[in-house]
Design a protein around this ligand. Structure first.
Ligand code: NAP
Ligand code: ZN
Ligand code: ZN
Length: 346
């Protein structure tokens, strides 16, 4: 079926209206009318070909919230009218050890991304949520229990789970000294989540204008990386640092802020590789690690946790025609703290 969308035709073209084809729902598929779609910095990296292998036309968008309009004959979890979410994945092999453990994002045969992913049946590559409708296997569809503020829930599908998963995996708990680097879409969710787990949270930012907001979001302290005195004073002080920065930056400055046995986890994905000398890690037995989104079961757990604790994203809802301007503003760090597209405007 033909569906309205917005697509980038190549690395330098702005996103523009484009008609795509979606499959008719198969036995296990759910057809969803998209209500809101968040704008993740990964959408921009991909649309502009900043990583590798973007396929064009590219329709980004993996923070999808919508209403079920049709279900396949074997669908058990969802019915017409349900409010549901779709995050960064729409399929995986479901057989490998990672899939069996509910870690589909680490599928040994490669998960299928919501956009720019290869369909497992060979039918082509996937197109994301900057569109009116999407058709997804029910195994990769999430239940949305908090239906009060759907625009604020949409970013949980990527920014929420990408920060929740490492905080849980590395066991961040009450009293831990946690630093969150970068106050953007991911960073603001990390602050809210880490604070809700009882951690002592410091926002580590290069933008002096974000201090007040960081505190409103739940950060207990603010560290401005442009101030050499503040950086020096933070030396050896954190148990855990979550790095959400999208641009090239020096990891070593942040590693210097870890305590002995401290851990720094990268979720931000700059386009050029950083350099980390062994000395940055060995002197105080530090760990530098990475983490990718989260599995389907953990995404549901996070959505339910956020519903229970009244956690949503702080959003600026935009018309889809303003998408290119939103990208430029995101690059300037001028977003508080997630753009979300109202799909009624498409
Ligand atoms: P965003 O909203 O644009 O936020 C990025 C933040 O990085 C900015 O708000 C800014 O915070 C900081 N920053 C920007 N330029 C900087 C610089 N030159 N030096 C230091 N800090 C800088 O982006 P996002 O949507 O949160 O995404 C962040 C990154 O995570 C992207 O690379 C994205 O692709 C990646 N990502 C990864 C995963 C995963 O699974 N690992 C999932 C989703 C997204 P301050 O102004 O506070 O410094
Ligand atoms: Zn994302
Ligand atoms: Zn697998």
């Amino acid at each position: 079926m033909e569906v309205k969308a917005y697509a980038a035709q190549n690395e330098t073209a702005p996103l523009q209206p484009y008609i795509i084809n979606r499959r008719e729902p198969r036995e296990h598929d759910v057809q969803i009318d998209i209500l809101y779609c968040g704008i993740c910095h990964s959408d921009l990296h991909t649309a502009r070909g900043e990583w590798y292998g973007t396929m064009y036309p590219c329709v980004p968008g993996h923070e999808i919230v919508g209403r079920v309009v049709k279900v396949g004959s074997h669908v058990k979890k969802y019915a017409e009218g349900d409010i549901v979410g779709v995050g960064c994945m729409v399929d995986s092999c479901r057989e490998c050890a990672s899939c069996q453990e509910g870690l589909e994002q680490y599928c040994e045969n490669g998960f299928v991304g919501t956009y720019n992913g290869q369909e497992r049946d060979g039918s082509g590559y996937t197109l994301g949520g900057y569109s009116k409708q999407v058709v997804v296997d029910e195994a990769f569809v999430l239940k949305i229990r908090d239906t009060e503020n759907l625009a604020g829930v949409a970013p949980l599908l990527c920014a929420g789970i990408t920060t929740y998963s490492p905080l849980r995996h590395w066991g961040v708990k009450k009293g831990d000294k946690v630093g969150v680097v970068g106050l953007g879409g991911l960073g603001h969710m990390a602050v809210k989540l880490a604070a809700s787990f009882g951690a002592d949270v410091t926002m580590i930012s290069h933008s002096p204008s974000k201090k007040q907001d960081a505190e409103k979001l739940g950060a207990h302290h603010f560290l401005l990386t442009k101030d050499a005195n503040e950086v020096a004073a933070a030396s050896g002080s954190f148990d855990f640092i979550l790095d959400t920065v999208s641009a090239d930056h020096d990891y070593n400055m942040y590693l210097g802020m870890l305590k002995r046995d401290g851990k720094m986890v990268c979720v931000g994905i700059p386009s050029t590789p950083g350099q980390v000398p062994a000395f940055s890690l060995i002197m105080q037995r530090k760990t530098l690690a990475g983490s990718l989104i989260g599995g389907i079961a953990e995404t549901q757990e996070m959505l339910d946790y956020c519903a229970e604790h009244n956690i949503t994203s702080d959003v600026e809802v935009i018309d889809i025609k303003d998408i290119n301007e939103a990208y430029e503003r995101m690059l300037k760090g001028d977003v508080r703290y997630r753009f979300v597209i109202d799909m009624n405007t498409l």
